[in-house]
Design a protein around this ligand. Structure first.
Ligand code: ACO
Length: 362
């Protein structure tokens, strides 16, 4: 039996930090409200595009796996903020990395995208259709932000995470998973005014921005992730006591706490980094996985449960068995992290535009 072992892990978190206090200088909010309702203290704003972030995370994952870019035969990028609609983001990653033998595709399942992509790539490796794959979650969510809307502007951030999967005899990698979608709620979370749904000429599109009904999503997220996690545990013949680490999607610390209580998982087994990055959509889980390894929370052979929900409303849960190695074979210095602008400077033009549009509406 062939498995798809995770042999490399990497992340790119942009250097420019936007704090809650900085947000409160231009919208009616406070660090107290954001921290207590969401657990977020700050988020990153990227000066580079989604494919470049994905590439930097991938370079680190490749180095840690001890592989060269040309060794890779498949690149999957989970994203809802691609550089372009056509061609896909994965092909740009191939170009930047020089992974000339890799098949490339993007996967659109919003915040559940990374777990959908992990299932897809794992299945292909286990079927013998691929040998070495890069699975990446990368998002430039700041691009969607309407900086005049406090209900959404405080929640999101930019970043990328990546893993390398390799065909292996070791019983490790994604061993059980369940993905699904509750389309009855697909309208409660969306980016409107984009796509062939609109008539470009008769009714020119309004502003492109993310909008959602937070409290409704909150309830559905807890239900969806909790149910999927229980189903995966059952399929894997595991009990909650067998779980060493829980790596949930990072959309709201209160959602994570509710899931944790529902599953009865101890605090010291839960990976939480939403305080530093906010919701980076498809990138939250690979970044959190990477940091869980870096912090020693994930150890050789760890049983990891992960769960996510996102627009669609897509949902996913996964049981991942870590392989034998948590020490990198080599490493990659993120020298391209340098950025000469801070987050307030990076968002200045967008903020001025959004605040002026909001003022003219009222
Ligand atoms: N600062 C200050 N006040 C605010 C802010 C803010 N940033 N945002 C909203 N408020 C106000 C509202 O206007 C409202 O005021 P009112 O009572 O006077 O009307 C009050 O705070 C409460 O608003 P709620 O929406 O009820 O706040 P809630 O406690 O539900 O928290 C939140 C909102 C954080 C969005 C929560 O519902 C949530 O996390 N939902 C699910 C997560 C989610 O939707 N994530 C994004 C989806 S993307 C994805 O992950 C797929």
């Amino acid at each position: 039996m062939q498995y798809a072992e995770i042999t490399g892990w990497g992340k790119y978190t942009p250097p420019s930090v936007l704090t809650n206090d900085q947000l409160a200088t231009f919208i009616d909010t406070s660090d107290e409200w954001i921290s207590s309702r969401t657990g977020i203290k700050e988020r990153r704003i990227s000066h580079i595009n989604t494919a470049e972030m994905a590439t930097l995370a991938a370079k680190q994952a490749l180095a840690r796996a001890g592989l060269l870019a040309e060794d890779i035969d498949m690149i999957v990028v989970a994203t809802c903020s691609p550089d372009l609609l056509v061609p896909n983001t994965a092909s740009k990653v191939q170009q930047l990395l020089g992974s000339n033998h890799a098949a490339c595709y993007d996967l659109s399942a919003a915040c559940s995208g990374f777990l959908y992509a992990l299932q897809s790539a794992t299945a292909q490796i286990r079927m013998g259709m691929a040998n070495k794959a890069l699975v990446i979650g990368a998002e430039r969510m700041s691009w969607f932000m309407n900086w005049s809307k406090r209900d959404t502007a405080v929640l999101f951030g930019d970043g990328a995470g990546a893993v390398v999967l390799e065909a292996s005899e070791n019983k490790s990698g994604l061993l059980a998973s369940k993905i699904g979608c509750d389309s009855s709620a697909r309208d409660i979370l969306k980016v409107s005014n984009f796509g062939t749904d609109m008539d470009r000429y008769v009714n020119p599109p309004g502003p492109l921005e993310i909008a959602f009904q937070g409290p409704d999503i909150f309830k559905r997220a807890v239900r969806g992730m909790g149910g999927a996690t229980q189903a995966v545990l059952k399929a894997a013949k595991l009990s909650v006591d067998d779980v060493d680490v829980l790596v949930p999607h990072q959309a709201n610390a209160r959602i994570i706490e509710t899931l944790q209580q529902h599953l009865k998982v101890a605090d010291d087994k839960v990976m939480v980094n939403i305080d530093k990055y906010g919701n980076t959509s498809a990138a939250t889980i690979p970044i959190a996985l990477c940091e869980a390894v870096e912090q020693g929370l994930i150890e050789p052979g760890s049983n990891i449960m992960s769960a996510a929900f996102g627009a669609g409303l897509t949902w996913a849960a996964a049981y991942i068995k870590w392989g034998e190695r948590t020490t990198p074979l080599s490493d990659y210095e993120q020298q391209e992290q340098d950025c000469d602008k801070n987050a307030m400077e990076l968002t200045r033009i967008a903020r001025e535009h959004c605040l002026a549009a909001s003022a003219s509406e009222s």
